[in-house]
Design a protein around this ligand. Structure first.
Ligand code: A3P
Ligand code: MG
Ligand code: MG
Length: 381
């Protein structure tokens, strides 16, 4: 019988400080100078349409429209009669990024220096921005663990998330209230985004979470050349807007802040996630909507990513950007030392649970394999 990805064959190796079998996530170990993180450069983009079909272009990009100073946004409007929800039981793994890479293969390869020792693609790591966000926040995460599958192919490391048993249970047991609140974030986007340069937002339209515009960026974290993709909510449409990714705007919603305790929690927990997500692709600002318990937006605020480290300075024992970046960097180095065999048939499954070390198991020709035959063959030709 094909084994479930949730019951890994060999039990994860126990941590041992003397071997390189495990990686510690203790914050103090990563309180070092900020590693070199090159300004991310957009190398392309792609779109997923209302039926989740891939297009090698920017057709799904949306344009930011400044909200009124007293917005009248009801995030419950349209739930569920004007809501098409993406089927998240379909695991897309890295497929959309791989499709983009194949469609842009010659462009990418022409960027690679003639040096034949370097990876064929000219990058060390290919993954989703969201997977890197999880790595950045790991030293501060106390609730949710993760599983990351790693495969080395033609000198490039591919990282693809595997759903944990706990996450699958959480998804299954979501309350009706929680499911509605997940819609609120997308509804907020609809109030602030227009389909083209001159249009206005259409709050009467359908919210369809299949649709996405994704940027593909290249950058370097210390000596790791990264290529990753992330969904972008909208872009600035002003005549003086800078080039991508600096023109992109991340939209977020959060509960209205009424007490000092709520403000402190917002700084300690929410801003960590918001910072990590946008810092990685070089998105410079967030437009946040604060909502009351009935889903009415009580105000909006622009937050510059570069200001977040100052906003949190007064919090006692708060998260530090340098810890996030150093941990991510050392995780990638750890994976590099562990994964030696270059083969799409081999997966090293890296596993982490809060208050534990990162450990791994090895799987050959298993259901964890995630580089599809069309990609492996497409890269060979
Ligand atoms: P909010 O972040 O405003 O709550 P993103 O902000 O990354 O563009 O995502 C858009 C919306 O998708 C989120 O809006 C939230 O409603 C929903 N969403 C994103 N990630 C989620 C997750 N891990 N679990 C549940 N909902 C999520
Ligand atoms: Mg988004
Ligand atoms: Mg958003």
């Amino acid at each position: 019988p094909s084994h479930s990805p949730h019951r890994a064959d060999p039990a994860p190796l126990s941590s041992s400080a003397s071997s390189c079998r495990a990686l510690s996530t203790r914050r103090q170990l990563y309180e070092k100078p900020f590693p070199v993180y090159k300004q991310p450069v957009e190398v392309g983009s792609f779109s997923l349409d209302s039926e989740r079909r891939f297009f090698n272009d920017a057709r799904q990009i949306r344009y930011f429209v400044e909200p009124p100073s007293r917005p009248d946004f009801n995030l419950r409007d349209g739930y569920k009669d004007r809501f098409v929800k993406r089927d998240d039981s379909i695991k897309e793994k890295l497929d959309h990024i791989l499709r983009w890479i194949l469609a842009n293969k010659s462009k990418l390869e022409s960027r690679v220096a003639a040096a034949s020792s370097s990876p064929a693609l000219g990058v060390d790591v290919v993954t989703w921005r969201g997977h890197l966000t999880k790595l950045l926040t790991t030293p501060y995460e106390t609730r949710e663990g993760w599983l990351l599958a790693a495969t080395l192919f033609r000198g490039t490391l591919y990282l693809s998330e595997v759903e944990t048993e706990a996450s699958r249970r959480d998804t299954e047991n979501r309350t009706e209230r929680h499911q509605e609140m997940m819609y609120w974030g997308y509804k907020f986007e609809q109030y602030l985004c227009a389909e083209d340069m001159k249009a206005s937002p259409d709050p009467g339209g359908v919210v369809n979470t299949n649709e996405a515009f994704c940027t593909v960026v290249q950058t370097k974290l210390a000596d790791h050349k990264l290529l990753f993709s992330g969904e972008v909510d909208c872009r600035d449409r002003g005549p003086k807007s800078p080039a991508a990714p600096a023109c992109y705007i991340e939209l977020k919603t959060s509960a209205e802040i009424c007490t000092p305790k709520q403000r402190s929690n917002f700084h300690r927990f929410k801003l960590l996630k918001w910072w990590a997500q946008s810092f990685l692709p070089g998105v410079p600002r967030i437009v946040a909507g604060f909502r009351d318990p009935d889903g009415l937006v009580v105000g909006t605020e622009t937050i510059q990513i570069s200001q977040i480290s100052h906003l949190i300075k007064n919090e006692y024992n708060c998260w530090k950007p340098t810890v996030c970046m150093n941990f991510c960097c050392e995780f990638l180095s750890f994976v590099r030392t562990v994964v030696r065999e270059d083969s799409p048939r081999v997966v090293h499954l890296f596993s982490w649970d809060p208050h534990q070390d990162v450990t791994y198991t090895v799987h050959r020709d298993s259901s964890y394999c995630f580089l599809p035959p069309w990609y492996v063959e497409g890269m060979a030709s």
